[in-house]
Design a protein around this ligand. Structure first.
Ligand code: HEC
Ligand code: HEC
Length: 430
């Protein structure tokens, strides 16, 4: 009996090991989870927004519509239908809305996204609210337009998994509703470019303003708390957030609080040795193969290289797009890798300034000497950028994050926050 047990055990371990090895061989560095989220339904929060909102930027909105893809209500409705349709994915289980759920402010509220067959990527899904104002798409800006962005999601093997856009079109082209809708909107049968135009047109309706901060700017001095007002002053002063989350340091960007540029703020570099990764990535970047670069960004450790994967410039190693800050309270977790759970953690990261081992860090990342009250004020300011449709969710989320911050502040480093700026090693010694 005993010997039989002993004989069995190694065999089962052997089988388990072979399965793990085989999985690693087939899927490379992709983690698998069985938590495949169901596709959400288009509810009230999914509907195109009204421009009648405080802070709505009329001119920028007009400028964000490309001449070759004008907005029409029929096209937007077709785009919305496609956005929620799992049939666009290789096995019918994943839609755009799986990772950009309107009820979760068009994110998935996961650190990194889960796509087809439970495959987990390396990047956090950004909100699509106000996405029309982006000057480039993705954390590294690798897609210039929403149209091009959508084709990469559809064909990425850990997202919607289609072998090609033609395959995606084929999966919906025979459906009567779609045949009619494409004819009505474009005067012809479904095609890849028109499918992408419709999805992008829908995304361009997702503007979200009317936040308490917009009412404050419009003259209602009581629209935000005193704490949020102090936070706004810190944002443009001691905390110097406006070095990146503004058009220029003297010119705020009230549309989406970004300079539309890329910076290394010291996130990915914590976990990865980026220089050897960059050497490995060079050939790939030179190949200019957009599909392969997309896979590297989403499915491999090279994700941490950020903008380098697009430009191959040393200075862009570990640089990521400055994200907009509207509705940031309801789009946790934070950063391109979803590594931080609360806005307090984000503030602790900035407060301690650059890490001593990051030669690529942006010079604007400095110890900030923010006190606890200052951090609370900055969080209050960020919370005031929540649009009314997410106000209730935002209030709950603020309490959740506040409670968590009372028991867990993994990045808090008061000595560094109040110390001198760490010396930055030269580029060649990572
Ligand atoms: C499996 C989850 C998943 C699916 C499905 C998915 N996305 Fe995303 N989306 C992401 C992630 C993760 C990113 C960030 C990737 C990166 O930056 O490299 C992203 C980025 C984006 C961006 C860029 C936003 C920005 O601020 O830069 C847009 C736009 C977008 N997705 C739209 C779509 C559309 C449209 C679809 C359907 C055709 C779709 N996504 C399907 C997870 C997903
Ligand atoms: C050097 C430019 C720079 C400065 C200064 C800066 N940021 Fe950022 N911010 C970025 C970039 C780039 C990211 C994305 C980094 C990443 O994901 O790797 C980011 C991310 C964030 C995020 C996470 C957003 C999300 O959706 O995940 C928040 C919140 C934020 N910044 C707020 C602030 C505040 C508040 C300050 C001032 C204390 C500040 N930032 C200072 C460039 C900057």
């Amino acid at each position: 009996m005993k010997t039989g047990m002993r004989g069995l055990l190694p065999q089962s371990i052997w089988i388990a090991l072979s399965i793990i090895l085989l999985a690693r061989f087939v899927f490379g560095q992709i983690a698998i989870t069985d938590a495949q989220p169901p596709i959400p339904k288009p509810d009230a929060l999914a509907q195109p927004r009204s421009p009648g909102q405080a802070g709505f930027p009329v001119n920028q909105t007009r400028a964000a519509i490309p001449p070759d893809n004008p907005q029409t209500p029929e096209k937007v409705a077709l785009g919305e239908k496609l956005f929620f349709d799992g049939r666009l994915s290789a096995d019918g289980t994943v839609a755009c809305a799986s990772c950009h759920n309107p009820d979760l402010a068009f994110t998935d509220r996961r650190p990194t996204s889960v796509g087809i067959r439970g495959r987990v990527g390396h990047r956090n899904a950004p909100t699509l609210l106000n996405v029309l104002f982006n000057q480039a798409e993705f954390w590294d800006g690798r897609a210039p337009t929403l149209e091009e962005q959508a084709s990469l999601s559809i064909t990425n093997s850990v997202e919607m998994g289609q072998p090609s856009m033609d395959a995606a079109v084929a999966s919906i082209a025979a459906i009567d509703d779609y045949k009619k809708a494409f004819h009505r909107v474009f005067g012809r049968p479904p095609s890849g470019p028109n499918l992408l135009r419709a999805i992008a047109a829908y995304e361009r309706t997702l503007y979200s303003f009317n936040a308490p901060f917009d009412h404050f700017l419009a003259g209602d001095k009581n629209a935000i708390s005193d704490s949020a007002k102090r936070g706004w002053a810190l944002f443009n002063g001691q905390a110097s957030c406006n070095r990146c989350h503004a058009i220029t340091i003297d010119q705020p960007n009230f549309v989406n609080f970004t300079d539309n540029d890329f910076h290394d703020t010291g996130i990915g570099i914590v976990r990865y040795k980026v220089v050897p990764l960059a050497r490995r990535a060079e050939q790939l970047v030179d190949s200019g193969d957009k599909g392969a670069i997309d896979r590297a960004a989403i499915q491999t450790d090279m994700s941490s290289l950020g903008r380098f994967l697009i430009t191959r410039q040393e200075i862009d190693i570990a640089s990521f797009k400055t994200p907009g800050l509207r509705n940031v309270l309801v789009t946790a977790p934070y950063f391109h890798d979803g590594s931080q759970e609360t806005l307090w953690d984000v503030m602790d990261h900035y407060n301690k300034g650059g890490g001593p081992h990051d030669p690529f860090i942006d010079e604007a990342i400095q110890p900030l000497a923010l006190r606890e009250q200052d951090i609370d004020d900055l969080v209050a300011f960020l919370a005031s950028l929540t649009s009314p449709e997410y106000a209730e969710q935002g209030a709950k989320e603020l309490e959740r994050q506040r409670a968590l911050s009372k028991i867990s502040r993994p990045l808090r480093d008061t000595v560094r926050a109040f110390g001198p700026k760490p010396s930055i090693p030269p580029m060649s010694s990572p």
